[in-house]
Design a protein around this ligand. Structure first.
Ligand code: GAP
Length: 494
């Protein structure tokens, strides 16, 4: 991951937010290449969804009536239990608090430390014989370290330790902490003017369900798609773009007749998997993870995560949920307005079920970026091998599609190269580069993920052809200048 973070900064994919002020935890800025990659991911998603006849798009506002979040269950249920250290005031999930446990049988100690050890913590537990007892073990794995002990699971908690300041037994009882960001509308900051930054874009779709249906004259089953920012006051932001406080979602809510929901749920599961694979994620590095019944979100009857194998382990990039009629029923109850659909054919009035596909744009960005990153041997001009960093992004996702180089800055080559740049620019993102050896220019484009590099050389002066170098194979072929746009378009369509 460190290499990805460093490349991201160096090449302008992602910067730390407000870096000159020390950064703001859980927030990131997309640079010139990053914003193109992110936009391409969103465009691909938007096309896959809204170019179908049964899906419409919308763009709802981020701030919504506060009752929306009461109806949706987020005010009551979108919480994490947290404990506060009374000494340093830092807040933690209870299961991440280190604790010393002692076996009631053989009196051996064990220290539960998740996930990191710092000096304050080491100091706090030194009296227990650090070498002997420190073990990082999973949250629910608590057993005696003594293999000869008969009562392996009979232990008591001796003390808890703050993982930041090392203070012992300093925690408040667990309290529910709502993950929604609160703000105020208007000039008065009181309870009556509280609004929330939306933690998911989905609710903007539900409250507009009948507006969209009436305006577009869609019949069930049909979907509404939306891309937009979502905000969560995550306690533990981590792993670069994986868990952030501000992120973008690409959500589609598919409204179906009750009874057909399982069939549509299975359909969308497969469709979403195909989307990731078609854009280059290897099938063996993506998996479905079904939620256990007791881990389901408050609105879901069934849920699968699409997970990608990140360097730090499997992580969810999209959730596919059968939300039943929960959301529309709740909005009907809280607003007093009917959210029912009238079926013209059967003359029935009912509340549709909703199948949701909810992808993180930023998490997908990270998965595509991580997956594309390669370090390979590449030949130099004098026949030796050097390491090249290359982003093997799917050409449709690549920030820059074509780079144009004059081999040398003389003999009319720059003028021809500039003409080619002007020819390509109306169609694709193009980058002109005339500085340094051509091999270094290729390397720079490899790092940016540019799939095609067009070079004007001495043969161009004679027959109007150029070389086109393929980023992945490093093979070059000659084509006539007038064919460049058609050639690139053909490759991108594959
Ligand atoms: N509307 C349903 C919903 O929001 P979710 O599983 O909580 O479901 C959907 O989130 C997707 O949003 C996740 O699969 C992930 O890609 C993205 N996501 C959620 N929280 C995130 C965070 N803190 N940072 C980045 N992406 C996040």
């Amino acid at each position: 991951m460190d290499k990805i973070v460093s490349l991201s900064k160096r090449r302008g994919f992602v910067f730390q937010s407000s870096e000159i002020y020390g950064g703001l935890n859980g927030c990131w800025d997309y640079g010139p290449l990053g914003v193109e990659l992110l936009r391409n991911i969103k465009d691909q998603w938007w096309q896959a969804m809204t170019y179908r006849e049964d899906i419409e798009g919308i763009d709802a506002s981020i701030l919504m009536h506060p009752r929306v979040w009461e109806a949706s269950g987020h005010v009551a249920n979108f919480t994490d239990p947290m404990v506060d250290c009374k000494q340093c005031k830092h807040r933690f999930r209870p299961e991440l608090v280190p604790r010393v446990i002692q076996c009631t049988n053989c009196n051996k100690y064990r220290v539960k430390i998740i996930p990191e050890v710092n000096d304050a913590l080491l100091n706090a537990i030194s009296m227990y014989g650090v070498d002997d007892v420190i073990k990082a073990f999973a949250a629910d794995e608590m057993y005696c370290p003594n293999p000869n002990c008969e009562k392996q699971t009979d232990f008591k908690i001796i003390e808890t330790i703050c993982p930041d300041c090392g203070t012992k037994n300093s925690f408040s009882p667990p309290r529910k902490f709502n993950l929604m960001f609160k703000t105020f509308v208007g000039p008065v900051e009181d309870e009556g003017s509280v609004v929330y930054l939306r933690p998911e874009t989905a609710q903007g779709i539900y409250v507009n369900f009948l507006n969209v249906q009436a305006a577009s004259r869609q019949k069930l089953p049909f979907g509404i798609a939306q891309i937009g920012k979502a905000f969560r006051n995550e306690i533990n932001t981590k792993n670069f773009l994986f868990r952030t406080r501000e992120f973008e979602q690409m959500e589609m809510q598919f409204f179906v007749k009750p009874g057909s929901d399982v069939e549509w749920f299975n359909y969308w599961k497969e469709e979403r998997m195909k989307w990731f694979v078609n854009l280059g994620l290897p099938r063996e590095k993506i998996q479905f993870h079904q939620h256990e019944p007791d881990k389901l979100a408050h609105y879901a009857k069934d849920a699968f995560d699409v997970e990608y194998q990140f360097p730090f382990g499997w992580g969810e990039i999209e959730g596919i949920h059968n939300r039943t009629d929960y959301d529309l029923s709740k909005h009907e109850e809280f607003s007093g307005k009917s959210m029912k659909y009238f079926d013209e054919e059967t003359k029935e009035r009912f509340t549709p079920y909703i199948i949701e596909t909810s992808a993180g744009a930023s998490r997908s960005f990270m998965a595509f970026l991580v997956d594309a990153y390669r370090e390979e041997d590449a030949p130099t001009a004098d026949g030796k091998a050097e390491m090249r960093v290359v982003l093997k992004l799917h050409p449709r996702l690549a920030p820059i599609k074509v780079a144009v180089f004059p081999l040398v800055n003389r003999d009319g080559m720059p003028e021809i190269a500039r003409k080619i740049e002007a020819l390509v620019r109306p169609h694709f993102r193009v980058f002109y580069d005339d500085s340094g050896a051509v091999g270094r220019r290729y390397r720079r484009q490899d790092e940016a993920g540019t799939p095609y590099c067009v070079t004007v050389d001495s043969q161009t002066l004679q027959d109007n052809t150029v070389t086109v170098r393929d980023r992945d194979t490093m093979q070059q072929e000659r084509i006539v200048i007038d064919e460049i746009v058609r050639y690139t378009a053909g490759k991108l369509a594959q």
